[in-house]
Design a binder for this molecule. Structure first.
Ligand SMILES: *[C@@H]1O[C@H](CO)[C@@H](O)[C@H](O)[C@H]1NC(C)=O
Length: 467
């Protein structure tokens, strides 16, 4: 079998550019009470690379053509980095209030393997590390991937497949494994999203392009933002976690269901209300905020892709909302969701993809187009669909206590990017932001406020249904 390659598509190219600037480093951090056996782990990761060609691909950059391509290796090759207790201690130093899992996640979100030095133009897209925690009772396994190879759907499937493979490795003896035949996925990596869009939509793009471009002028980059704490210093990515207990989560979901909307509408609305109240407590001026909703396109592509096709297949819809203060959560949530679905039904997320990519590229090249060169494109981003995870039994089998997953956002990105999961009934959001543009205190306050707004609205639903 020989090496195969394909040029990156438009969206993938954008990620190549964004990751160099610090946005799109996807990290999955898993804390386990079992010391991962390095040879088992390596076997499992190799099996993943064997069945998903993109994971055994490297990104090659050609400076002369200013273009990237995926070059797929015929065989798996991942190395696992191991960090002992004393090295991990240095990373955890002076941060007693934040959990080790959280700190290691942040540490990895800021490890940028893709900043090209002049001599290296080939980069892996998939890295694995194990951190031993002090006390030798727990370990953190981290997978770090380039966004061009890994959207959120990929990360979710990757976690599930890895845990299954790890469980199998644990059960098998080395002898049996030696006897097993592993079948290579000989196929090339899946095509780029732009190459498998439904036919009619591509035509529409060309026809409508001139008109739509007007609606995405650079003014789109001039929405109201959260207060910037420090727009000068170099940035890194930090996260705040928003957890809501199963009882309150259920009430919020009931509220969404009653209005025929998805959770993303409520999350977006809570973000808007919380941001606006942090901004202007006194004046009742309307302010315009941008909300981006990310939607997985796999099911509508031709041919459709399954969740086990790894890569980046999301597109974004950018909506504007004027907020004056005093909005009620459910009314605003309905509005946020309705506007989004209207755009989606017009295939805006597909027809505007090239224009949005173009706009993001312009902003990356000229940060001055964004307020205070902050590189903020909008207030908040949410995913159309929440990840539902009820696999805790399988996770327990391999000792998984907790995990967190998200992508970095200190290059071009929203002020706050929400990665939501409902895990065993509990809403768990990883909220990603650029630091020190925004401070941890500021973001913690904003997220606490969002939580109160959501929980209160959930209680109102309960009151309504009771009366
Ligand atoms: C931990 O790893 C570091 C760096 O590899 C090494 O210098 C150090 O001796 C190790 N410490 C222990 C306790 O093994």
């Amino acid at each position: 079998m020989s090496t195969q390659s394909r040029a990156v598509g438009g969206t993938e190219h954008n990620w190549c550019r964004a990751v160099v600037g610090g946005t799109g480093i996807a990290v999955l951090a898993i804390i386990s009470s079992k010391n991962p056996d390095v040879s088992h782990l390596k076997n499992a990761l190799h099996k993943l690379q064997i069945s998903h060609p993109i994971l055994r691909s490297r990104l090659h950059y050609s400076p002369t053509a200013n273009s990237y391509s995926f070059v797929t290796s015929p065989s798996p090759f991942i190395q696992i980095k191991y960090f002992n207790h004393s090295t991990t201690c240095q990373i955890l130093e002076n941060n007693q209030n934040i959990s080790p899992l959280h700190l290691i996640l942040e540490h990895e979100l800021n490890k940028n393997a893709w900043v090209s030095s002049s001599c290296t133009t080939k980069h892996d897209v998939f890295f694995a590390s194990v951190y031993a925690l002090p006390g030798a009772t727990r370990w953190v396994l981290v997978l770090r991937l380039h966004a061009a190879a890994c959207d959120r759907t990929t990360a979710v499937s990757l976690l599930r497949e890895l845990l299954t493979l790890m469980a199998i490795e644990e059960e098998e003896t080395g002898f049996q494994q030696g006897q097993k035949e592993i079948t290579m996925n000989k196929g090339e990596i899946s095509l780029a999203m732009e190459d498998i869009l439904p036919k009619g939509i591509v035509k529409k793009t060309l026809w409508a392009r001139g008109v739509d471009m007007l609606s995405y002028s650079v003014n789109s980059l001039r929405f109201t933002n959260l207060r910037f704490k420090d727009a000068k210093s170099p940035r890194s990515t930090q996260v705040v976690r928003l957890l809501i207990n199963p009882d309150d989560t259920q009430k919020i979901l009931t509220g969404c269901k009653a209005r025929g909307i998805k959770l993303c509408g409520a999350l977006g609305a809570a973000g808007l209300i919380a941001a606006h109240s942090s901004k202007s407590r006194s004046d009742h001026q309307k302010k315009k905020y941008g909300v981006v909703t990310l939607t997985d396109c796999r099911s509508i592509l031709e041919p459709p892709l399954s969740n086990h096709h790894f890569g980046f297949y999301h597109s974004a819809i950018l909506n504007t909302h004027a907020i004056k203060g005093g909005e009620k959560l459910w009314e605003l949530a309905e509005k946020v969701y309705t506007v989004f679905t209207h755009y989606k039904s017009c295939n805006k997320h597909l027809s505007d993809m090239a224009d949005l990519n173009f706009l993001m590229c312009r902003a990356m090249e000229n940060p001055g187009l964004t307020p205070s060169a902050s590189l903020r494109t909008c207030l908040i981003s949410v995913f159309e669909d929440t990840v539902i995870d009820e696999s805790s039994n399988q996770q327990n089998q391999v000792g998984v206590e907790d995990y967190m997953g998200c992508a970095s956002a200190h290059g071009i990105a929203p002020s706050i990017a929400i990665f939501d999961t409902i895990r065993d009934g509990r809403l768990d959001c990883i909220c990603v932001y650029p630091s020190p543009l925004h401070s941890r205190e500021q973001m913690q306050e904003l997220v606490d406020n969002m939580k109160c707004i959501l929980v209160d609205a959930g209680k109102n639903v309960a009151d309504e249904t009771e009366s």
